[in-house]
Write a new protein. Structure first.
Length: 151
């Protein structure tokens, strides 16, 4: 059933945004595309362009799945796969953001990617919230163990 927003209509049937949901049941009565605010609120899309599980409205690096916050390199992918050997994270590459060698998800720079050694602590779903130390790490990799995480 589609509800109209004509003058003189019953207030309970009013539909200001014309999406077919009466305002009294519409969590976003002025947003045609939403009935509930979602993660980003009314009037904003809940898109996740980099598919990292963080909506663009909360992701300061919406096109980089390995970063949520920019670092000294902005949102660029810096320090990853510098020697073109396997296409995976090169844990031996000494990059100033990572130090020399692997770190756990409790690495020193929040919002930065950190390599995880074979016995690493980032064992949650990939990608998704991990169980390692630090606030809500996000893991990337084939499974528990080697991979990278975002602290």
């Amino acid at each position: 059933e589609v509800f109209s927003s004509q003058p003189g209509e019953d207030a309970a049937m009013k539909d200001r945004d014309g999406d077919g949901v009466p305002d009294i049941h519409d969590g976003c009565p002025e947003d045609y595309y939403k009935v509930f605010p979602g993660f980003c609120g009314c009037g904003n899309f809940d898109d996740d362009q980099d598919e990292d599980g963080i909506p663009d409205c909360q992701d300061e690096c919406p096109l980089n799945p390995l970063k949520i916050f920019p670092d000294m390199h902005g949102c660029d992918l810096v320090g990853i796969e510098e020697d073109a050997d396997t296409g995976e994270f090169d844990e031996s590459y000494p990059h100033p953001d990572f130090g020399h060698g692997p770190q756990t998800c409790s690495g020193p720079i929040p919002g930065m990617i950190h390599p995880i050694p074979g016995s690493g602590t980032c064992t949650g779903p990939r990608p998704g919230p991990g169980s390692g130390p630090g606030p809500s790490p996000i893991c990337f990799g084939p499974g528990p163990g080697p991979g990278i995480c975002i602290r």
